[in-house]
Write a protein that binds this ligand. Structure first.
Ligand code: DAH
Length: 343
């Protein structure tokens, strides 16, 4: 037995793990291992010595590899046995799994509203959330100093260098009604669209959020009447809340519609007998609506002798709250998974 094999055998006896065995293997047969180093001496030998020297190294290598292989087998089965007899695997432990995500209630209700209007031939339009004073107020017949501006506590965006809101001031839109103006400026009647989106008001409590969602609607054509408005909105509400729901229109005021109406539906919770949600009246205010004011048509250059139209606007959170019985609007935006997982 060569000296190399003697040291190898001793070292092998000291090995107790497969990891240590791997190290030993590379120490002897690896690229920079002992046998490879020995082979490098070959060219320096006299030609007649080379064959025997080379054969010796090769025999050593075969021997080492065989012993390693055999010993490795023993170690592996020893290690498996040790693993199996130590702490058993508890296959009853719950696994780590990802709970599936879900749609936000506002998204669900918005999709439902959109589907209903699309099925009635409406298109969907959008407008910017940062809106000019002109589109948000002026063109909708809400001039400066008009008391109606107080109805919608506005977030103004300062646009001038001196920090003053200039004449061309911008706002976070307080409603989706400015989309009416933008679409009418771009297109001629007939028009039949809804415009869903985010709106902003300086307001925050149990029933008001500084950001919420509205859906605006506008229909303009020849011979559009108030009865068309009533029929459409009744049909819509019955699709959302069921065919039995009573709907009524109450006279109201909006600067951009004349006449204007508030649309009420029978209270979803008490079915009209009076409860906390409807404040005992049996009715719930669900949206604003009206015939487009001729001044608004004039602002976009529509001929008021030829065309008439109606508009409506509703809050999406409000509809979702009624559908799902949610009594605090802030729940929508707190991102609490216990709330969100219920839909
Ligand atoms: N823009 C109104 C608001 O935010 C809602 C509204 C009322 C929209 C009447 C309309 C309408 O289109 O005709 O309070």
């Amino acid at each position: 037995m060569t000296a190399t094999l003697e040291t190898f055998s001793k070292e092998l006896e000291a090995v107790t793990t497969t990891a240590a065995l791997r190290e030993l293997r590379s120490k002897y047969t690896g690229k920079k291992g002992i046998l490879t180093e020995q082979l490098k001496k070959l060219p320096a030998l006299a030609p007649h010595e080379r064959a025997a020297f080379g054969k010796q190294i090769n025999d050593d290598k075969v021997y080492i590899e065989e012993r390693l292989k055999e010993y490795e087998k023993q170690l592996i089965s020893k290690e498996i046995k040790a693993k199996l007899s130590s702490a058993p695997l508890d296959i009853t432990l719950p696994g780590c799994y990802k709970k599936p995500g879900g749609r936000h209630p506002v998204t669900i209700v918005l999709a439902e509203i959109t589907d209903i209007f699309v099925s009635m031939g409406f298109t969907i339009e959008e407008g910017p959330e940062v809106e000019s004073d002109y589109y948000n107020f002026e063109a909708l017949n809400i001039p400066r100093n008009h008391p109606a501006r107080d109805m919608q506590d506005t977030f103004y965006i300062e646009t001038t260098d001196d920090g003053q809101s200039g004449d061309n001031s911008f706002v976070l839109r307080t409603h989706t009604s400015p989309v009416q103006i933008r679409v009418m400026q771009d297109r001629r009647p007939p028009l039949r669209f809804i415009a869903p989106g985010k709106v902003y008001r300086c307001d925050s409590d149990i029933s008001h959020s500084p950001m919420f969602h509205q859906v605006e609607g506008l229909v303009v054509d020849r011979n559009i009447s108030f009865s068309n408005l009533k029929g459409l909105l009744e049909g819509f509400l019955k699709k959302v809340f069921g065919p039995e729901v009573p709907v009524r229109l109450r006279p109201s005021f909006f600067p951009f519609t004349e006449p204007s109406a508030e649309v009420d539906m029978g209270c979803y919770f008490c079915k009209g007998s009076g409860c906390r949600v409807c404040k005992g009246t049996g009715w719930i205010e669900i949206m604003g609506a009206g015939m487009v004011d001729p001044r608004v048509f004039r602002n976009v250059g529509y001929d008021t002798d030829t065309y008439s139209g109606f508009a409506f606007g509703m809050g999406i959170e409000r509809i979702a709250s009624l559908k799902y019985g949610i009594d605090d609007i802030r729940l929508y935006y707190e991102g609490d998974l216990r709330f969100l997982r219920q839909f």
